[in-house]
Design a protein around this ligand. Structure first.
Ligand code: TMP
Length: 242
């Protein structure tokens, strides 16, 4: 990879936890992870010390694992302690949540007991829109809004379930229950649907298999303390090789 590819040119997009920069190669962009954390659609704002670095390492290791198991992703390589080089994609404005155990909004909205194991992995879709507060919506909304085609959504659904199986095993091997997590997909230049964004304690609920301790962003959302420590422990366990 020539050196110039690493050069940040202009800021293309700034989200709540990441920045996307262009490079000299139009097909590649730099994804920079920030320490900023928000919750409840930006209502709660703070920083988590070292989060950018920890999430870059965690997310890079997970993308490498998924790629090794045949999942197409945007990940190219880690560039620095808080930046990764990724393929440029057009992000599909659908946040895909996969749940194995009831928690969070599933408990609030549908009356499940927290910790209840679901009969089968539940796939949900949320509109990716800060202005509209990311509402839960259906496949038919997605098709009506023309956010993706039926074929693309079939691909996304099957990839989401495959990724869930792989990630459940990945975390189980590290003493962690994968409760639920959020994925984003993008359209690559050739039209292929690939996994994008990140997978980290910001986007997953991760509970210690033995103690049930919460080791993810819920510690920040609900002021549970030891937030940085939880992210650091997840980072340590991610590095365990089986
Ligand atoms: P929820 O229970 O609040 O709907 O969250 C489900 C999962 O999605 C949980 O692992 C946290 C993750 N998530 C995000 O990554 N971004 C978000 O904006 C929200 C609301 C949830």
């Amino acid at each position: 990879m020539p050196n110039f590819v690493k050069m940040k040119k202009e800021l293309l997009y700034e989200g709540k936890a990441k920045r996307i920069w262009s490079t000299d190669d139009h097909s590649l962009v730099i994804q920079e992870f920030k320490d900023d954390a928000t919750a409840f659609n930006g209502l709660k704002k703070d920083q988590i010390k070292n989060k950018g670095v920890l999430n870059t390492g965690i997310s890079s290791a997970i993308f490498e694992y998924l790629i090794a198991h045949g999942i197409p992703t945007h990940f190219v390589k880690a560039l620095s302690e808080n930046e990764m080089l990724v393929k440029r994609v057009e992000i599909i404005k659908v946040e895909v949540v996969i749940r194995n155990i009831a928690a969070g909004s599933l408990v609030k909205k549908f009356g499940f007991a927290e910790g209840e194991e679901l009969k089968f992995p539940l796939v949900e879709y949320y509109l990716k829109s800060d202005e509209l507060g990311d509402p839960l919506f259906s496949l038919e909304h997605i098709l009506t809004l023309e956010l993706a085609t039926k074929d693309e959504m079939e691909k996304i659904h099957s990839l989401a379930l495959k990724i869930n199986e792989l990630m459940q095993k990945f975390w189980f091997d590290r003493g962690i229950d994968l409760v639920d997590f959020k994925l984003e997909f993008g359209r690559a230049a050739n039209g292929e649907i690939i996994l994008a964004d990140e997978i980290s304690p910001d986007t997953c609920r991760l509970w210690d298999l033995h103690t049930g301790e919460k080791m993810d962003k819920d510690r920040f959302r609900f002021d549970m303390g030891k937030v940085e420590e939880a992210y650091a422990e997840i980072s340590r366990r991610v590095k365990i090789h089986n």
